[in-house]
Design a protein around this ligand. Structure first.
Ligand SMILES: Cc1cc2nc3c(=O)[nH]c(=O)nc-3n(C[C@H](O)[C@H](O)[C@H](O)COP(=O)(O)OP(=O)(O)OC[C@H]3O[C@@H](n4cnc5c(N)ncnc54)[C@H](O)[C@@H]3O)c2cc1C
Length: 368
């Protein structure tokens, strides 16, 4: 085993693999694959923010360093931007916002690479990457065939896509279709698409939502408290420029999320389970206080945090893994957890939730 082949991961578990291959050009990928080098023992990683690797991963690990950002089409209203899978996701968001291209601002500061964004269909504050993806350009590591997948072919869903069941597809580039708007507030009011009445409505909504987000506390000392509960609504307002939305999201994320540089974590470890309406009603009869969110007409999303709190998994430490007290769905490395420790705790949590609620809690993270 070559101990220099470390698999970088934000949970900070120690892990090595047989070989790491960094893809700097598509041609280098093709020549590396010649002679059937890519076998079932090949894994793909990006920045390692959503993976739990075991202590030793047997086989080749492929990682993208394709780092170009290119505007391929530009008309009056939209642009197509083709981006290398090795580009840091937040660098892309920063680039598009600075150019006045709208769409990705709610997804500011999500850690990781552009290549992983379609795989997980990353999302935050009511937005999902899939809304803005036009084409995913792939290379099949097993067959050596290139293909361009349309949005429909990507079969996007809640933190999932076609790529989840096709681990042999290496994403080389992603093309995003974004709205163009360099309009200032003055231009917004005069634009035909955005009437003066809409502008006024948005202004009043912004004022109302801002007041709803602020509470004044007078004891023991006067203090202003901000609540983030209206943030999704605020981010839908056209009156706010994308630059401001990006700033708001960045501030909230910095304040509320655990920084992996300080404590190992992968963000949300589990997905919120989705249940058909009928099953949900049965469950609600047994547990009337259950927390849930709307998903679509046929199903609801159950809060994974609520399930974990109600199986005593909030603020708990087991096998060097901690669960966050307020958001137990975030698992933290208490210091020296191994990949195997994390997997053990993961199955204990899944077992407890299955036993009490008969719900299968699916991991959002990818195990290597
Ligand atoms: C603090 C924190 C906050 C987070 N917040 C959010 C959030 O708000 N919303 C959200 O959706 N996620 C969030 N995440 C999860 C994570 O940021 C995303 O899943 C991100 O897309 C991971 O990117 P990555 O490059 O690190 O991918 P990795 O973790 O390395 O890989 C993830 C998956 O993508 C695949 N993959 C990576 N690159 C490629 C490629 N080029 N071709 C094919 N497959 C590839 C891997 O095989 C793996 O299956 C958070 C994580 C952390 C640590």
């Amino acid at each position: 085993m070559n101990l220099s082949n470390k698999i970088q991961n934000s949970f900070k578990v120690k892990s090595h693999c047989t070989e790491i291959f960094k893809v700097h050009t598509v041609d280098s990928l093709v020549s590396k694959g010649k002679g059937g080098l890519f076998t079932s023992k090949t894994s793909i990683v990006g920045g390692g923010y959503n993976i739990i690797p075991r202590s030793f991963v047997d086989g080749l690990v492929v990682q993208s360093n394709l780092s170009t950002i290119e505007t391929t089409e530009d008309d009056n209203s939209h642009v197509l931007v083709k981006v290398g899978s090795g580009v840091v996701w937040d660098d892309l968001v920063g680039f598009t916002v600075s150019k006045g291209y709208l769409g990705l601002e709610n997804l500011s500061l999500i850690p990781g690479s552009v290549g992983a964004a379609p795989v997980q269909n990353i999302g935050a504050y009511g937005a999902e990457a899939s809304t803005f993806i036009q084409t995913v350009h792939c290379y099949n590591l097993k067959t050596g065939i290139f293909s361009d997948l349309s949005k429909d072919e990507c079969e996007f869903g809640y933190r999932t896509s076609h790529f989840k069941s096709k681990p042999e597809l290496f994403i080389c580039y992603v093309t995003f279709r974004l709205c163009k708007s360099n309009l200032s507030v003055k231009e917004l009011i005069n634009s035909t698409k955005y009437s003066k009445l809409e502008f006024l409505k948005d202004t009043f909504r912004l004022i109302r939502l801002s007041f709803k987000s602020i509470t004044l506390k007078f004891s023991p000392r006067p203090k202003i408290k901000f609540s983030f509960s209206c943030i999704r609504d605020i981010l839908t307002l056209c009156i706010l420029p994308a630059k401001i939305k990006r700033k708001i999201v960045s501030v909230i994320r910095t304040k509320t999320l655990h920084n992996p540089d300080k404590i190992g974590n992968c963000g949300c470890f589990f997905k919120c389970p989705i249940l058909p309406n009928a099953e949900f009603e049965d469950l609600r009869n047994q547990f009337p206080e259950i927390e849930w969110f709307e998903h679509d007409k046929q199903s609801v999303k159950i809060s994974a945090c609520w399930l974990m709190k109600n199986t005593n998994w909030a603020g708990k430490k087991a096998n060097n893994v901690l669960t966050d007290t307020k958001r137990p769905v975030v698992l933290l490395n208490a210091g020296s957890a191994t990949g195997e420790d994390v997997l053990h705790v993961m199955s204990q949590i899944q077992h407890d939730i299955k036993s009490k609620f008969n719900i299968s809690l699916e991991a959002e993270v990818v195990v290597l």
